[in-house]
Design a protein around this ligand. Structure first.
Ligand code: AMP
Length: 213
């Protein structure tokens, strides 16, 4: 059983690493941001409720994201473990997760991606995402073979609406105020591992795999 959290500010590199690690370890990658963006596409009342928070770079209310994560963790594919990415983001969410996972399947490791702020900003402003399969690219560091087109599925690549400088600054501020305190929360439990978020992709993958396998 491997119950993991990939932790860090937006643009720390946790999502990119989680995608490949989840394949190697055979456990699902659960990205709260992806789940919420899928919800927003539905065009219903719930979507209307969630959308403004994401657009402004603010956090969606705890109660809702806690409900979503519980439902997702209940699914059978999480039995052997999971990688949480973008959850928890507040102390309240972390406490709810502890309460839910309890002693039977506690969180075992929290990988804290430590990444300099200037690198975060250049990563996010250059990020492009596939509209179809969600794969991530970067216009300079990880460009697709053909401009604007996904290597994997030939879907359209786009810049996320919240990956613009003003919203990025807001998201980093929210991280510092509401999410950063979780470092102490998990450090006190003795399960936090600091991991450099500025390593070349392959090197980071090898190191992480070594740490987690
Ligand atoms: P991300 O893709 O992780 O950068 O998340 C995009 C946006 O989704 C965030 O800026 C928040 O508005 C929302 N979001 C993602 N995860 C959470 C969470 N755990 N709690 C509240 N809001 C979240």
């Amino acid at each position: 059983m491997k119950n993991l959290i990939f932790f860090g500010p937006p643009g720390a590199g946790k999502g990119t690493q989680a995608v490949s690690l989840s394949k190697k370890l055979g456990i699902p990658h659960i990205a709260m941001g992806d789940i919420l963006r899928e919800m927003v596409k539905q065009n219903n009342l719930l979507a209307e409720r969630v959308k403004p928070y994401i657009q402004k770079g603010e956090l969606v209310p705890d109660q809702l994201v806690i409900e979503i994560i519980k439902r997702r963790l209940d699914r059978l594919d999480c039995k052997e473990g999971f990688i949480l990415d973008g959850f928890p983001r507040t102390i309240k969410q972390a406490e709810a997760l502890d309460e839910y996972s309890g002693k039977e399947r506690p969180i075992q490791k929290v990988i804290n991606f430590v990444t300099p702020e200037d690198l975060i900003i250049s990563r996010l402003t250059g990020r492009r995402v596939c509209r179809n399969c969600g794969a991530n690219y970067h216009i300079k560091n990880m460009p697709p073979r053909e401009e604007g087109i996904c290597d994997r599925c030939r879907g359209d690549l786009y810049a996320r609406e919240d990956d613009h400088e003003e919203t990025i600054i807001k998201r980093l501020q929210v991280y510092n105020e509401e999410t950063r305190p979780l470092i102490e929360y998990y450090n006190d439990k003795g399960i936090l591992i600091n991991f450099p978020g500025d390593l070349p992709l392959e090197e980071a993958q090898e190191k992480l795999f070594g740490l987690l396998k």
